[in-house]
Design a protein around this ligand. Structure first.
Ligand code: PBG
Length: 345
């Protein structure tokens, strides 16, 4: 008899939670959080002036699309049963200006991408547009610059709202089902709602980036959109130290007419996501951002982490924390794993 066979020496557990983990079928039966392709939204970049998709070095497997390849990506997304696609525009540097005017141009790259995707997939996939100026401004800020009464340069909140209205209306006209203001300007949801309604776009929904933090995890995104930002976004994006502020932002956006609210990034903010899910009476989204993708990809590339289980665990945890919808660069990959029976393990 080895010492370990002497079970009489330990008290028999009164409760045995392991019973519910004993077989794949049992685990499947009792799993709480579910993951399905329809809950996933694929962020995609469409770039001007390129004639073939271009790799993004800090986001291996993600590309800057041409209008034609983003159209095909949307078809793939629809065929995979994804919930939606979220488009970001990457204009030519020469087209950027202080107010990001190429964003609202019907012939601008993002609007051309939206129109092409809408023409191809129609209503089979929810088409979303990032409604923000940072991709389009030569200074890289999410808003229009101004000066405060002391002459200091600031991102001018109310002037930015005017620009957002034009941008959102142009995106709705191009075919977006959902516009998603991500600039964290005060009053952006109410302003855009009113502008959309005024132009007859009552049916276009608003996905509010309600709780968006000033995060180091957006690093690879800046490469993806060729951002010209100098400085940081701390006067408009939130301080990672704060939780109550997020709940206030969410409540404001709900009052202003948000159809969905979002927390971003996801993995470092699962507590915010849980709290948001508890107070929101509209669907809650979470954005697994570029840096989250890059971290797992890089560790997996070095053989330090097992890629697919890490990806699926991260997505499941975001769902468990309270996200109804998850934006992730792995949306197509995860849908394929799910179709191959992932989860029934
Ligand atoms: C702003 C915007 C950003 C992201 C989405 N929308 C960048 C930022 O706020 O600096 C980041 C997404 C990601 O990192 O994957 N238009």
């Amino acid at each position: 008899m080895t010492p370990h066979d002497d079970t009489a020496s330990v008290p028999a557990p009164l409760v045995r939670p392991r019973r519910l983990r004993s077989t794949p079928a049992m685990r499947r039966l009792v799993a709480e959080a579910t993951l399905a392709p329809r809950q996933l939204v694929l962020p995609a970049f469409v770039a001007d002036g390129i004639d073939a998709p271009r790799d993004i070095s800090s986001l291996p497997g993600v590309v800057q699309h041409t209008v034609d390849s983003v159209r095909r990506e949307a078809v793939a997304a629809a065929e995979a049963g994804l919930g939606g696609i979220m488009l970001f525009g990457v204009p030519l540097d020469a087209d950027k200006d202080a107010t990001g005017s190429c964003g609202a141009d019907p012939e601008g790259i993002l609007n051309r991408g939206l129109a092409a995707v809408r023409a191809e997939v129609g209503d089979d996939l929810v088409i979303m547009a990032d409604t923000c100026l940072d991709e389009f401004t030569d200074h890289g800020h999410c808003g229009v610059l101004g000066t405060d009464p002391r002459g200091e340069q600031i991102v001018d909140n109310d002037a930015t709202l005017v620009a957002y209205n034009d941008l959102a209306v142009s995106q709705a006209a191009a075919g977006a089902h959902v516009v998603a203001p991500s600039g964290m300007m005060d009053g952006q949801i109410a302003a855009i709602r009113e502008a959309l309604d005024r132009e007859g776009h009552q049916d276009v929904a608003l996905l509010a980036y309600s709780a968006k933090y000033a995060s180091a995890f957006y690093g690879p995104f800046r490469e993806a959109v060729g951002s010209s930002l100098r400085g940081d976004r701390r006067t408009y994006q939130q301080d990672p130290a704060n939780m109550r502020e997020s709940l206030r932002e969410v409540r404001l956006d709900l009052d202003e007419g948000a159809d969905m609210v979002m927390v971003k990034p996801a993995m470092s903010y699962l507590d915010i996501l849980r709290q948001t899910a508890e107070i929101s009476d509209v669907p809650v989204a979470a954005y697994q951002v570029s840096g989250e993708y890059a971290m797992i990809s890089a560790a997996a590339e070095r053989g330090w982490i097992d890629h697919d289980p890490a990806v699926m665990e991260s997505l499941t945890s975001i769902r468990r924390a309270g996200a109804d919808i998850v934006l992730t660069y792995w949306a197509l990959h995860a849908a394929r794993l799910l179709s191959e029976g992932w989860g029934a393990r």
